[in-house]
Design a binder for this molecule. Structure first.
Ligand SMILES: Cc1cc2nc3c(=O)[nH]c(=O)nc-3n(C[C@H](O)[C@H](O)[C@H](O)COP(=O)(O)OP(=O)(O)OC[C@H]3O[C@@H](n4cnc5c(N)ncnc54)[C@H](O)[C@@H]3O)c2cc1C
Length: 334
């Protein structure tokens, strides 16, 4: 194998990529972390439900993570987009970043997703303050309060049902016909969830605080928060361009240690489309780092032992007992 400049290139420095960088740094690997600065939670004020960091601001989280990585001179960071990655004949990768091409032995794609905000006038003014996509992240702060669920068909039903853990004052707003079955509608009624199918005119409130949802027919529904479930978009197409297989939910098919179907390529974080909490993304990053380091160690050991070069890659078949449950809904499993 030709000498690669880096053992590992990590694309994406959210909780997933940063956590992987820490584990790989501590495993004495030469790691390059590339990030273009578009984290999913950039509208958010706090990262909740992250043990020891509950409520920390995303900026402070990154500051601490960068400080910790700074202890490891073998980990470098570049603030730039990776525009291309290609597999080389020796099993390594050529990665195009900041107008240069670097090479590495393993590639970790931790590029995350972006939310598609519902098509409602003025919604971006409230996103991250009183309009959210995940009740596990932001439900506690509005527990018991009047909230709206927003989503079409099954997505709307699922987010409304999920919210019953936090409040019993829920209105499911579908901004037009809900497309729900009679039995779903009955289920909502029996759980005292109001179904509002009227078209929405706009959201009303100030300083990011939602006060009411205004419908085109003139009615205004007082609400303190809105939780939506819409499809989210992968932040990068790198996995697809490398030929990684996808599962039925639109997530990347991965097996043991977050290994993809392409030898040498691993994934971590929201791009997998499993549970989409930051602490889970960080755990997936750590697991991928373990898999990557294990492969590198085994490759080097066997080359020295037998002179044979081969590419070690974890199996796509997850051993029984460790089965990964992948979400039905691409935005958040409930
Ligand atoms: C409003 C809001 C509030 C949230 N609140 C919480 C919360 O309270 N608690 C919680 O646990 N989770 C919360 N989340 C979810 C949280 O944001 C995600 O779980 C977490 O960011 C996922 O981490 P990640 O590393 O997979 O992806 P990200 O954090 O999205 O990081 C991906 C990184 O990859 C970079 N990138 C993408 N493509 C490229 C490329 N081609 N080249 C270089 N870099 C690239 C991006 O710039 C980005 O920095 C919230 C999300 C939102 C939207």
């Amino acid at each position: 194998m030709a000498q690669s400049a880096w053992d590992v290139v990590i694309v994406g420095a959210g909780p997933a990529g940063l956590s992987a960088a820490l584990v790989l740094g501590r495993a004495c690997r030469r790691v390059l972390v590339c990030d273009r600065g578009t984290p999913r939670n950039r509208a958010s004020k706090a990262i909740n439900a992250f043990l020891t960091r509950d409520g920390i601001s995303p900026g402070e989280f990154r500051r601490i993570a960068h400080l910790e990585l700074h202890r490891y001179p073998n980990v470098a960071r570049v603030a730039a987009e990776v525009t291309r990655a290609a597999r080389l004949s020796d099993g390594g990768f050529a990665v195009r970043v900041a107008n240069r091409t670097v090479t590495c032995r393993k590639l970790l794609i931790a590029t995350g997703v972006l939310d598609r905000l519902p098509n409602i006038a003025g919604i971006d003014r409230f996103f991250g303050s009183s309009v959210f996509q995940c009740p596990y992240c932001d439900g506690w702060e509005v527990r018991g309060a009047p909230v709206a669920a927003y989503g079409k068909r099954q997505r709307g039903f699922e987010i409304a049902r999920a919210l019953t853990a936090w409040t019993d004052d829920i209105a499911l707003c579908t901004n037009g016909p809900s497309g729900l079955s009679r039995s779903d509608k009955l289920g909502l009624r029996r759980n005292r969830i109001r179904l509002c199918e009227q078209p929405i005119l706009r959201l009303r409130g100030s300083d990011g605080k939602l006060q009411a949802i205004e419908f085109t027919a003139g009615e205004a529904l007082p609400r303190s928060a809105l939780f939506f479930d819409t499809a989210c978009t992968d932040q990068s197409q790198l996995a697809a361009s490398l030929g990684c297989q996808f599962n039925r939910s639109g997530g990347i098919r991965c097996g043991q240690y977050e290994a993809t179907s392409v030898p040498g390529v691993f994934v971590a974080g929201n791009i997998i489309k499993d549970v989409q909490l930051s602490i889970v993304a960080a755990a997936e990053g750590a697991r991928a780092a373990f898999g990557i380091n294990r492969s590198l160690t085994r490759e080097d050991f066997s080359r020295k032992a037998s002179g044979v070069r081969h590419i070690e890659h974890p199996t796509l078949q997850i051993p029984s007992g460790q089965k990964r449950v992948v979400a039905n809904s691409p935005s958040h499993p409930r």
